[in-house]
Design a protein around this ligand. Structure first.
Ligand code: UT7
Length: 331
């Protein structure tokens, strides 16, 4: 009997309506469209404005889009994983709420957090469950409402991040398609360079820290940039080497959308032509856990059965990795 692999069989996505353009940001902080575009590749990002709506709102919308496109009965879903760095609330699972709201009443669910690598690590998790034979339909969602944790007076972060969600369905495959290999890493020495210090268990928010804005995301951009460039390119190159892949074999690079220059550096390292690099950073900015599934959502019609895709991500923690994947369907 052939080995069961874990393939993606459907994709959904959602971004909120409000468009925060570089022009609007020019009126909020000391910045300009030319600087943001040339340093990051970002032109605009989407922001969820409605009060009381959190990451689950985005996750539910992306999941509903997938369910409707695929004609899927949500009662058949075994497991819902919400990859996110911005859960709705502490102590209550965002995935549990999401699963119930979409009608996945027979599923169990949990959140998975690894900063900007959350979705990549979620792909590994979903694959392990499918390959084990234990579950047949896993809904993997990447969703983040970053705007809740961004200081819109800090030009080092507010120009980068946006809100959004993407969802994929993982199912068993008998043609050898889906996840082929993975190379995942983390290094906790990186946490000083990208974190929201207050509001977690180490440092609860006090009135003083709140007034100083220490619950917002802080980033030492230069250090994160250097580490992202080196590590994302490194794992992408290594995973190709150990699978005897050359640039000609690869159909697409699907890299975390944090900065166009980081994506370009990864593509250069593996000698990949520009037209094989999936990119939508100009529209959404960095949506953390949602960047990879939103790439699949936006470019689904281009992906063909058997296409070889290199996924790569880098994020806070530090966390990073690369996955070699074979696409399983024509849309
Ligand atoms: O997804 C998680 C992982 N995150 C990332 O991968 C992000 C990694 N980092 C980056 O993408 C980049 O470091 C940034 C986009 C955050 C910053 O770009 P940079 O090229 O590293 O800029 P910089 O911080 O070195 O600043 C260069 C100059 C400075 O001015 P001086 O000292 O040269 O006069 C900054 O003060 O640009 C200035 N600057 C800005 N100017 C206009 C910094 N931010 C801005 C801004 N608008 N928003």
């Amino acid at each position: 009997m052939s080995k069961i692999t874990a393939a993606i069989t459907a994709v959904g996505g959602y971004v909120p309506d409000f468009v925060l353009t570089n022009k609007i940001l020019e009126t909020m902080v000391e910045t300009n469209d030319e600087w943001i575009t040339s340093r990051t590749g970002i032109k605009e990002r989407r922001i969820l404005k409605e009060e009381g709506k959190g990451t689950s709102y985005l996750a539910i919308k992306a999941a509903e889009n997938l369910i409707q496109k695929k004609g899927l009965d949500p009662k058949e879903i075994d497991l819902v994983i919400v990859c996110t760095a911005s859960p709705d609330m502490k102590a209550a699972s965002t995935a549990a709420y999401t699963a119930t709201e979409i009608g996945a009443v027979n599923a169990f669910s949990f959140d998975l957090e690894a900063a900007c690598s959350s979705f990549l690590f979620g792909m590994s998790t979903a694959t392990a469950y499918i390959e084990s034979g234990r579950y047949k339909k896993i809904l993997l969602i990447g969703a983040d409402k970053n705007s809740s944790f961004i200081d819109y007076k800090d030009r080092a972060t507010c120009i980068i991040f946006g809100d959004g969600a993407g969802a994929v369905l993982f199912e068993p495959n008998e043609e050898g398609l889906g996840l082929q290999d993975e190379l995942l890493r983390s290094n906790g020495e990186g946490r000083d360079f990208l974190q929201a210090t207050y509001g977690g268990s180490s440092y609860p928010i006090t009135k003083e820290t709140f007034d100083e804005g220490k619950h917002y995301v802080f980033q030492d951009g230069k250090t994160v940039f250097k580490n992202a460039v080196f590590n994302m390119a490194d794992v992408a190159e290594k995973i190709m080497k150990r699978n005897d892949l050359t640039n000609d074999d690869i159909s697409w690079l699907a890299a975390h959308q944090a900065n166009k220059r980081i994506i370009d550096a990864t593509a250069n390292r593996i000698n990949l032509e520009e037209d094989k690099v999936l990119m939508n950073i100009e529209k959404y900015g960095n949506t953390t856990s949602a960047t990879l599934p939103l790439l699949l959502f936006d470019f689904e019609s281009k992906l063909k059965k058997g296409d070889k895709i290199i996924f790569a991500a880098f994020g806070g923690g530090f966390t990073w990795g690369s996955i070699y994947f074979k696409w399983a369907y024509n849309s």
